[in-house]
Design a protein around this ligand. Structure first.
Ligand code: EPZ
Length: 419
Protein backbone atom coordinates (compact mmCIF):
# COMPACT_ATOMS: atom_id res chain seq x y z
CA UNK A 1 0.00 0.00 0.00
CA UNK A 2 1.44 3.37 -1.05
CA UNK A 3 2.18 6.21 1.36
CA UNK A 4 2.64 9.93 0.98
CA UNK A 5 5.66 11.64 2.57
CA UNK A 6 5.06 15.33 3.24
CA UNK A 7 7.50 17.96 4.52
CA UNK A 8 5.17 20.71 5.71
CA UNK A 9 5.52 24.36 6.50
CA UNK A 10 5.56 25.75 2.96
CA UNK A 11 2.73 27.86 1.54
CA UNK A 12 1.11 26.72 -1.72
CA UNK A 13 1.29 29.09 -4.67
CA UNK A 14 0.39 28.66 -8.31
CA UNK A 15 -2.30 27.36 -10.67
CA UNK A 16 -3.79 23.90 -11.01
CA UNK A 17 -6.35 22.38 -13.40
CA UNK A 18 -9.10 20.27 -11.83
CA UNK A 19 -9.97 16.89 -13.31
CA UNK A 20 -13.44 15.78 -14.37
CA UNK A 21 -15.76 15.29 -11.39
CA UNK A 22 -15.69 11.81 -9.88
CA UNK A 23 -19.26 12.15 -8.61
CA UNK A 24 -20.53 13.18 -12.03
CA UNK A 25 -18.47 10.59 -13.92
CA UNK A 26 -19.78 7.60 -11.98
CA UNK A 27 -23.52 8.07 -12.71
CA UNK A 28 -22.82 9.39 -16.22
CA UNK A 29 -20.71 6.37 -17.24
CA UNK A 30 -23.35 4.06 -15.76
CA UNK A 31 -26.06 5.87 -17.76
CA UNK A 32 -24.40 4.53 -20.93
CA UNK A 33 -26.38 1.33 -20.18
CA UNK A 34 -29.48 3.20 -21.37
CA UNK A 35 -28.21 3.86 -24.89
CA UNK A 36 -28.33 1.23 -27.63
CA UNK A 37 -25.38 2.92 -29.33
CA UNK A 38 -21.80 3.87 -28.54
CA UNK A 39 -21.20 6.60 -25.94
CA UNK A 40 -18.14 8.85 -25.73
CA UNK A 41 -17.16 10.79 -22.62
CA UNK A 42 -14.36 13.35 -22.24
CA UNK A 43 -12.52 14.56 -19.13
CA UNK A 44 -13.11 11.28 -17.29
CA UNK A 45 -10.65 11.21 -14.36
CA UNK A 46 -8.23 8.28 -14.03
CA UNK A 47 -9.35 7.13 -10.57
CA UNK A 48 -9.76 3.78 -8.88
CA UNK A 49 -13.55 4.27 -8.72
CA UNK A 50 -13.63 4.89 -12.48
CA UNK A 51 -11.69 1.65 -13.07
CA UNK A 52 -14.18 -0.18 -10.85
CA UNK A 53 -17.11 1.34 -12.74
CA UNK A 54 -15.57 0.26 -16.05
CA UNK A 55 -15.20 -3.31 -14.70
CA UNK A 56 -18.84 -3.36 -13.57
CA UNK A 57 -20.00 -2.15 -16.98
CA UNK A 58 -17.76 -4.67 -18.78
CA UNK A 59 -19.31 -7.39 -16.59
CA UNK A 60 -22.78 -6.24 -17.72
CA UNK A 61 -21.71 -6.57 -21.37
CA UNK A 62 -20.58 -3.06 -22.34
CA UNK A 63 -17.30 -2.92 -24.25
CA UNK A 64 -15.05 0.02 -23.36
CA UNK A 65 -11.91 1.94 -24.21
CA UNK A 66 -10.29 4.48 -21.88
CA UNK A 67 -7.30 6.60 -22.76
CA UNK A 68 -6.16 10.18 -22.19
CA UNK A 69 -9.34 11.00 -20.28
CA UNK A 70 -11.68 9.77 -23.01
CA UNK A 71 -13.88 6.76 -22.27
CA UNK A 72 -16.05 5.08 -24.90
CA UNK A 73 -18.74 2.59 -23.90
CA UNK A 74 -20.75 0.43 -26.29
CA UNK A 75 -24.03 -0.83 -24.86
CA UNK A 76 -25.28 -2.52 -28.03
CA UNK A 77 -26.04 -5.64 -26.02
CA UNK A 78 -26.53 -6.20 -22.28
CA UNK A 79 -25.07 -9.61 -21.42
CA UNK A 80 -26.41 -9.89 -17.86
CA UNK A 81 -28.55 -7.88 -15.43
CA UNK A 82 -26.65 -9.26 -12.44
CA UNK A 83 -24.15 -7.01 -10.63
CA UNK A 84 -22.37 -9.34 -8.22
CA UNK A 85 -21.20 -8.63 -4.67
CA UNK A 86 -17.49 -8.91 -5.43
CA UNK A 87 -17.81 -5.91 -7.77
CA UNK A 88 -20.46 -3.89 -5.91
CA UNK A 89 -18.66 -4.18 -2.53
CA UNK A 90 -15.71 -2.25 -3.99
CA UNK A 91 -17.83 0.80 -4.70
CA UNK A 92 -21.29 1.53 -3.32
CA UNK A 93 -22.08 3.77 -6.29
CA UNK A 94 -22.49 0.53 -8.27
CA UNK A 95 -26.06 0.52 -6.92
CA UNK A 96 -26.68 3.14 -9.63
CA UNK A 97 -26.83 0.36 -12.24
CA UNK A 98 -30.23 -0.59 -10.78
CA UNK A 99 -32.30 2.11 -12.49
CA UNK A 100 -30.76 1.94 -15.97
CA UNK A 101 -30.73 -1.90 -16.11
CA UNK A 102 -34.37 -1.98 -15.00
CA UNK A 103 -35.32 0.66 -17.57
CA UNK A 104 -33.44 -1.00 -20.43
CA UNK A 105 -33.93 -4.74 -19.67
CA UNK A 106 -36.98 -4.83 -17.37
CA UNK A 107 -34.96 -6.56 -14.67
CA UNK A 108 -31.94 -5.92 -12.45
CA UNK A 109 -30.24 -7.99 -9.76
CA UNK A 110 -27.74 -5.93 -7.78
CA UNK A 111 -25.91 -6.88 -4.61
CA UNK A 112 -26.81 -4.69 -1.64
CA UNK A 113 -23.88 -2.26 -1.32
CA UNK A 114 -23.47 -2.59 2.43
CA UNK A 115 -22.39 0.39 4.49
CA UNK A 116 -19.06 2.13 4.21
CA UNK A 117 -16.65 3.91 6.55
CA UNK A 118 -18.73 7.08 6.78
CA UNK A 119 -22.09 5.54 7.61
CA UNK A 120 -24.73 2.89 6.99
CA UNK A 121 -25.84 4.58 3.73
CA UNK A 122 -29.05 2.62 3.08
CA UNK A 123 -30.77 2.62 -0.30
CA UNK A 124 -34.39 2.87 0.85
CA UNK A 125 -34.94 6.10 -1.12
CA UNK A 126 -33.58 4.46 -4.30
CA UNK A 127 -36.02 1.55 -3.89
CA UNK A 128 -38.90 3.88 -2.97
CA UNK A 129 -38.43 5.77 -6.25
CA UNK A 130 -38.24 2.64 -8.41
CA UNK A 131 -41.37 1.21 -6.77
CA UNK A 132 -43.21 4.47 -7.47
CA UNK A 133 -42.24 3.94 -11.13
CA UNK A 134 -43.87 0.51 -11.05
CA UNK A 135 -40.97 -1.80 -10.21
CA UNK A 136 -41.48 -4.93 -8.12
CA UNK A 137 -38.63 -4.99 -5.63
CA UNK A 138 -37.57 -8.07 -3.65
CA UNK A 139 -34.56 -8.59 -1.41
CA UNK A 140 -33.03 -12.05 -1.57
CA UNK A 141 -29.69 -13.36 -0.33
CA UNK A 142 -28.09 -9.92 -0.09
CA UNK A 143 -29.36 -8.93 -3.52
CA UNK A 144 -31.94 -6.38 -4.62
CA UNK A 145 -34.06 -7.81 -7.43
CA UNK A 146 -36.09 -5.25 -9.38
CA UNK A 147 -38.56 -6.18 -12.13
CA UNK A 148 -40.93 -4.24 -14.37
CA UNK A 149 -42.23 -5.05 -17.84
CA UNK A 150 -42.15 -1.33 -18.58
CA UNK A 151 -41.75 1.39 -15.95
CA UNK A 152 -44.55 3.94 -15.74
CA UNK A 153 -43.97 7.64 -15.16
CA UNK A 154 -45.18 8.95 -11.82
CA UNK A 155 -44.73 11.68 -9.22
CA UNK A 156 -41.88 10.73 -6.84
CA UNK A 157 -41.55 12.94 -3.74
CA UNK A 158 -38.29 12.27 -1.85
CA UNK A 159 -38.33 12.77 1.91
CA UNK A 160 -34.63 13.68 1.62
CA UNK A 161 -32.78 15.08 -1.45
CA UNK A 162 -30.57 12.00 -1.84
CA UNK A 163 -28.00 12.41 -4.65
CA UNK A 164 -27.88 8.71 -5.54
CA UNK A 165 -31.62 8.14 -5.29
CA UNK A 166 -32.25 11.15 -7.54
CA UNK A 167 -29.75 9.76 -10.08
CA UNK A 168 -31.23 6.25 -10.01
CA UNK A 169 -34.74 7.66 -10.45
CA UNK A 170 -33.66 9.92 -13.34
CA UNK A 171 -32.00 7.02 -15.17
CA UNK A 172 -35.08 4.82 -14.68
CA UNK A 173 -37.61 7.49 -15.69
CA UNK A 174 -36.02 8.45 -19.04
CA UNK A 175 -37.26 5.18 -20.61
CA UNK A 176 -40.50 4.90 -18.60
CA UNK A 177 -43.91 5.33 -20.24
CA UNK A 178 -45.24 8.84 -19.67
CA UNK A 179 -44.16 11.70 -17.45
CA UNK A 180 -42.24 11.57 -14.18
CA UNK A 181 -41.83 14.43 -11.73
CA UNK A 182 -39.13 14.09 -9.05
CA UNK A 183 -39.94 16.35 -6.09
CA UNK A 184 -37.41 17.41 -3.46
CA UNK A 185 -34.71 15.99 -5.71
CA UNK A 186 -31.01 16.64 -5.15
CA UNK A 187 -29.72 19.82 -6.85
CA UNK A 188 -25.97 19.12 -6.94
CA UNK A 189 -24.04 20.18 -10.08
CA UNK A 190 -23.34 16.48 -10.69
CA UNK A 191 -27.11 15.90 -11.06
CA UNK A 192 -27.23 18.72 -13.62
CA UNK A 193 -24.29 17.17 -15.49
CA UNK A 194 -26.06 13.78 -15.59
CA UNK A 195 -29.15 15.44 -17.09
CA UNK A 196 -27.01 17.14 -19.74
CA UNK A 197 -25.36 13.82 -20.64
CA UNK A 198 -28.74 12.06 -20.82
CA UNK A 199 -30.10 14.79 -23.12
CA UNK A 200 -27.29 14.06 -25.60
CA UNK A 201 -28.81 10.56 -25.78
CA UNK A 202 -32.26 11.92 -26.63
CA UNK A 203 -33.72 12.00 -23.10
CA UNK A 204 -36.41 14.57 -22.36
CA UNK A 205 -35.51 16.19 -19.04
CA UNK A 206 -36.06 19.66 -17.57
CA UNK A 207 -35.73 21.28 -14.15
CA UNK A 208 -32.45 19.60 -13.16
CA UNK A 209 -30.70 21.70 -10.51
CA UNK A 210 -34.04 22.68 -8.98
CA UNK A 211 -36.03 20.65 -6.44
CA UNK A 212 -38.38 19.39 -9.12
CA UNK A 213 -37.15 17.50 -12.18
CA UNK A 214 -39.56 16.72 -15.05
CA UNK A 215 -38.88 13.73 -17.30
CA UNK A 216 -40.89 12.67 -20.36
CA UNK A 217 -40.15 8.99 -21.03
CA UNK A 218 -39.06 7.93 -24.55
CA UNK A 219 -38.88 4.47 -26.14
CA UNK A 220 -35.15 4.32 -26.83
CA UNK A 221 -31.98 6.34 -26.41
CA UNK A 222 -28.87 6.63 -28.56
CA UNK A 223 -25.25 6.80 -27.34
CA UNK A 224 -24.06 9.86 -25.37
CA UNK A 225 -21.45 12.43 -26.28
CA UNK A 226 -20.45 14.44 -23.21
CA UNK A 227 -17.57 16.23 -21.49
CA UNK A 228 -17.71 15.75 -17.72
CA UNK A 229 -18.01 18.83 -15.51
CA UNK A 230 -14.98 19.91 -13.43
CA UNK A 231 -14.58 18.45 -9.94
CA UNK A 232 -15.76 21.10 -7.46
CA UNK A 233 -14.63 19.06 -4.44
CA UNK A 234 -11.12 18.66 -5.82
CA UNK A 235 -11.11 22.41 -6.47
CA UNK A 236 -12.33 23.15 -2.93
CA UNK A 237 -9.65 20.86 -1.51
CA UNK A 238 -6.82 22.77 -3.21
CA UNK A 239 -8.30 26.13 -2.20
CA UNK A 240 -8.65 24.97 1.42
CA UNK A 241 -4.98 23.93 1.30
CA UNK A 242 -4.08 27.41 0.05
CA UNK A 243 -5.94 28.94 3.02
CA UNK A 244 -4.34 26.51 5.49
CA UNK A 245 -0.80 27.14 4.20
CA UNK A 246 -1.37 30.92 3.81
CA UNK A 247 -0.71 30.83 0.07
CA UNK A 248 -2.34 31.90 -3.20
CA UNK A 249 -3.80 29.27 -5.54
CA UNK A 250 -5.87 29.45 -8.71
CA UNK A 251 -7.93 26.41 -9.75
CA UNK A 252 -9.03 26.23 -13.40
CA UNK A 253 -11.77 24.17 -15.02
CA UNK A 254 -14.97 24.75 -13.05
CA UNK A 255 -17.76 27.30 -12.61
CA UNK A 256 -17.39 29.15 -9.27
CA UNK A 257 -21.12 28.93 -8.55
CA UNK A 258 -20.68 25.16 -8.13
CA UNK A 259 -18.76 25.93 -4.93
CA UNK A 260 -20.31 29.22 -3.78
CA UNK A 261 -21.19 28.07 -0.25
CA UNK A 262 -17.56 27.03 0.30
CA UNK A 263 -16.13 30.22 -1.22
CA UNK A 264 -18.33 32.27 1.13
CA UNK A 265 -16.85 30.40 4.10
CA UNK A 266 -13.32 30.96 2.82
CA UNK A 267 -14.11 34.69 2.71
CA UNK A 268 -15.60 34.54 6.22
CA UNK A 269 -12.29 32.98 7.28
CA UNK A 270 -10.53 36.10 5.95
CA UNK A 271 -9.30 34.92 2.52
CA UNK A 272 -9.66 36.96 -0.66
CA UNK A 273 -11.54 35.00 -3.36
CA UNK A 274 -11.68 36.03 -7.02
CA UNK A 275 -14.29 34.28 -9.19
CA UNK A 276 -13.49 33.94 -12.93
CA UNK A 277 -15.57 32.39 -15.73
CA UNK A 278 -14.10 28.94 -15.21
CA UNK A 279 -11.59 29.60 -12.42
CA UNK A 280 -11.31 30.54 -8.78
CA UNK A 281 -8.39 32.23 -7.04
CA UNK A 282 -7.97 32.14 -3.26
CA UNK A 283 -5.39 34.38 -1.63
CA UNK A 284 -4.92 33.88 2.09
CA UNK A 285 -4.66 37.06 4.12
CA UNK A 286 -2.17 35.68 6.63
CA UNK A 287 -3.61 33.17 9.08
CA UNK A 288 -7.28 32.22 8.58
CA UNK A 289 -9.93 33.16 11.13
CA UNK A 290 -11.97 30.54 13.00
CA UNK A 291 -15.27 30.01 11.14
CA UNK A 292 -18.32 27.83 11.88
CA UNK A 293 -19.66 25.47 9.21
CA UNK A 294 -22.70 23.18 8.95
CA UNK A 295 -22.95 20.72 6.06
CA UNK A 296 -26.18 20.72 4.03
CA UNK A 297 -27.45 19.40 0.67
CA UNK A 298 -26.58 21.66 -2.29
CA UNK A 299 -26.50 24.65 -2.43
CA UNK A 300 -25.45 24.40 1.23
CA UNK A 301 -21.90 23.62 2.38
CA UNK A 302 -21.04 20.18 0.91
CA UNK A 303 -20.33 17.30 3.30
CA UNK A 304 -17.49 16.29 0.94
CA UNK A 305 -15.65 19.46 1.98
CA UNK A 306 -16.17 19.06 5.76
CA UNK A 307 -12.91 17.27 6.55
CA UNK A 308 -10.83 19.56 4.37
CA UNK A 309 -12.34 22.73 5.86
CA UNK A 310 -11.76 21.32 9.35
CA UNK A 311 -8.07 20.82 8.52
CA UNK A 312 -7.83 24.47 7.46
CA UNK A 313 -9.54 25.59 10.68
CA UNK A 314 -7.05 23.55 12.76
CA UNK A 315 -4.45 26.25 12.02
CA UNK A 316 -6.83 29.22 12.05
CA UNK A 317 -6.86 32.01 14.63
CA UNK A 318 -9.73 31.30 17.01
CA UNK A 319 -12.33 28.54 17.29
CA UNK A 320 -14.68 26.90 14.78
CA UNK A 321 -17.71 24.66 15.22
CA UNK A 322 -17.94 22.12 12.37
CA UNK A 323 -21.33 20.35 12.20
CA UNK A 324 -22.00 17.32 9.96
CA UNK A 325 -25.69 16.78 9.16
CA UNK A 326 -25.49 14.43 6.14
CA UNK A 327 -23.56 11.35 7.37
CA UNK A 328 -23.55 9.83 10.83
CA UNK A 329 -19.88 8.90 11.06
CA UNK A 330 -17.82 11.37 9.09
CA UNK A 331 -15.32 12.40 11.78
CA UNK A 332 -12.77 9.61 11.36
CA UNK A 333 -10.16 12.20 10.42
CA UNK A 334 -10.49 13.82 13.88
CA UNK A 335 -8.26 11.43 15.91
CA UNK A 336 -5.72 11.39 13.08
CA UNK A 337 -5.57 15.22 12.87
CA UNK A 338 -5.21 15.28 16.68
CA UNK A 339 -1.94 13.36 16.25
CA UNK A 340 -0.54 16.47 14.56
CA UNK A 341 -1.40 18.49 17.65
CA UNK A 342 -4.77 19.78 16.41
CA UNK A 343 -7.13 20.71 19.28
CA UNK A 344 -10.42 18.97 18.40
CA UNK A 345 -13.38 18.02 20.59
CA UNK A 346 -16.23 15.91 19.21
CA UNK A 347 -19.64 16.89 20.60
CA UNK A 348 -22.38 14.77 18.97
CA UNK A 349 -22.48 15.66 15.29
CA UNK A 350 -20.22 18.67 15.79
CA UNK A 351 -16.51 19.17 16.33
CA UNK A 352 -15.14 22.15 18.26
CA UNK A 353 -11.84 23.19 16.64
CA UNK A 354 -9.47 25.45 18.59
CA UNK A 355 -6.99 26.81 16.07
CA UNK A 356 -3.27 26.30 16.67
CA UNK A 357 -0.45 28.40 15.27
CA UNK A 358 1.75 25.40 14.57
CA UNK A 359 1.37 21.64 14.11
CA UNK A 360 4.02 18.95 14.40
CA UNK A 361 4.45 16.11 11.95
CA UNK A 362 3.37 12.54 12.84
CA UNK A 363 2.63 9.25 11.05
CA UNK A 364 -1.06 9.21 10.00
CA UNK A 365 -3.47 6.64 8.56
CA UNK A 366 -6.17 7.45 6.01
CA UNK A 367 -9.62 5.98 6.64
CA UNK A 368 -11.85 7.31 3.85
CA UNK A 369 -11.55 9.48 0.78
CA UNK A 370 -12.09 13.00 2.08
CA UNK A 371 -10.50 12.23 5.45
CA UNK A 372 -7.30 11.31 3.62
CA UNK A 373 -7.35 14.68 1.83
CA UNK A 374 -7.64 16.45 5.20
CA UNK A 375 -4.67 14.47 6.56
CA UNK A 376 -2.56 15.52 3.57
CA UNK A 377 -3.55 19.11 4.30
CA UNK A 378 -2.58 18.66 7.95
CA UNK A 379 0.81 17.35 6.83
CA UNK A 380 1.29 20.38 4.58
CA UNK A 381 0.88 22.60 7.65
CA UNK A 382 2.96 20.56 10.11
CA UNK A 383 6.65 21.13 10.89
CA UNK A 384 8.67 18.07 9.90
CA UNK A 385 7.91 14.97 7.86
CA UNK A 386 4.38 13.52 7.97
CA UNK A 387 3.76 10.11 6.42
CA UNK A 388 0.15 9.29 5.45
CA UNK A 389 -0.46 5.57 4.91
CA UNK A 390 -3.35 3.70 3.20
CA UNK A 391 -3.62 6.39 0.56
CA UNK A 392 -5.55 4.03 -1.69
CA UNK A 393 -8.46 5.88 -0.09
CA UNK A 394 -7.11 9.10 -1.63
CA UNK A 395 -6.62 7.48 -5.03
CA UNK A 396 -10.33 6.70 -5.21
CA UNK A 397 -11.15 10.37 -5.66
CA UNK A 398 -8.09 12.46 -6.51
CA UNK A 399 -6.16 12.16 -9.76
CA UNK A 400 -2.37 12.54 -9.25
CA UNK A 401 -2.86 14.64 -6.11
CA UNK A 402 0.80 14.65 -5.12
CA UNK A 403 1.84 15.85 -8.62
CA UNK A 404 -0.69 18.67 -8.51
CA UNK A 405 0.40 19.67 -4.98
CA UNK A 406 4.09 19.55 -6.02
CA UNK A 407 3.28 21.92 -8.89
CA UNK A 408 2.02 24.32 -6.20
CA UNK A 409 5.29 24.08 -4.28
CA UNK A 410 4.47 21.33 -1.79
CA UNK A 411 7.28 19.02 -0.67
CA UNK A 412 5.41 15.73 -1.14
CA UNK A 413 6.24 12.38 -2.66
CA UNK A 414 4.56 9.03 -3.09
CA UNK A 415 6.42 6.11 -1.52
CA UNK A 416 5.62 2.65 -2.84
CA UNK A 417 5.09 0.17 0.01
CA UNK A 418 7.96 -1.96 -1.27
CA UNK A 419 10.39 1.01 -0.96
C1 EPZ B 1 -23.17 11.04 -3.04
O1 EPZ B 1 -23.33 9.89 -2.22
C2 EPZ B 1 -21.67 11.19 -3.24
N1 EPZ B 1 -21.14 10.01 -3.93
C3 EPZ B 1 -20.99 11.38 -1.89
O2 EPZ B 1 -19.60 11.62 -2.14
C4 EPZ B 1 -21.57 12.61 -1.21
O3 EPZ B 1 -21.00 12.75 0.07
C5 EPZ B 1 -23.09 12.47 -1.09
O4 EPZ B 1 -23.67 12.23 -2.40
C6 EPZ B 1 -23.75 13.70 -0.51
O5 EPZ B 1 -23.45 14.80 -1.31
C7 EPZ B 1 -21.29 9.92 -5.26
O6 EPZ B 1 -21.87 10.78 -5.90
C8 EPZ B 1 -20.70 8.70 -5.91
P1 EPZ B 1 -26.91 10.61 -0.60
P2 EPZ B 1 -24.81 9.28 -1.99
O7 EPZ B 1 -27.78 9.55 -1.18
O8 EPZ B 1 -25.58 9.33 -3.25
C9 EPZ B 1 -28.85 8.90 3.37
C10 EPZ B 1 -17.29 11.37 -1.85
O9 EPZ B 1 -16.55 11.60 -0.89
N2 EPZ B 1 -29.62 8.05 2.45
O10 EPZ B 1 -27.21 12.04 -0.89
O11 EPZ B 1 -24.66 7.98 -1.30
C11 EPZ B 1 -27.39 8.47 3.40
O12 EPZ B 1 -27.22 7.43 4.35
C12 EPZ B 1 -18.63 10.68 -1.63
O13 EPZ B 1 -17.04 11.70 -3.03
C13 EPZ B 1 -30.67 7.29 2.96
O14 EPZ B 1 -30.96 7.32 4.15
O15 EPZ B 1 -25.40 10.35 -0.97
C14 EPZ B 1 -26.68 9.73 3.82
O16 EPZ B 1 -26.74 9.83 5.24
C15 EPZ B 1 -18.85 10.31 -0.18
N3 EPZ B 1 -31.36 6.48 2.12
C16 EPZ B 1 -27.52 10.83 3.18
O17 EPZ B 1 -28.79 10.24 2.87
C17 EPZ B 1 -31.09 6.41 0.78
O18 EPZ B 1 -31.77 5.67 0.06
C18 EPZ B 1 -26.93 11.39 1.90
O19 EPZ B 1 -26.84 10.35 1.00
C19 EPZ B 1 -30.02 7.18 0.28
C20 EPZ B 1 -29.31 8.00 1.12
Amino acid sequence: MDKLKINGGKSLNGTVEVSGAKNASLPILISAILGSGKSRYERVPALQDIKTTELVLNHLGLSSTFEKGVMTLDAAKIATVDAPYDLVRKMRASILVLGPLLAREGKAKVSLPGGCAIGARPIDLHLFALEKLGAKITLDGGYVIAEAKRLKGNRVAFEFPSVGATENAMMAAVLAEGETVLENSAKEPEIVDLAIALRTMGAKISGEGTESIHIQGVNALSGANHRVVGDRIEAGTFLAAALATRGRVTVNGLAPHHLESVLAKFEEAGARVVRGEESITLEANGRGKGTDVKTQPFPGFPTDMQAQFMAAMCVADGSSLITETIFENRFMHVPELARLGCDLTIRGNSVLVRGKDRLTAAPLMATDLRASASLVMGGLCAEGETVVSRIYHLDRGYERMEEKLRSLGARIERVKESD
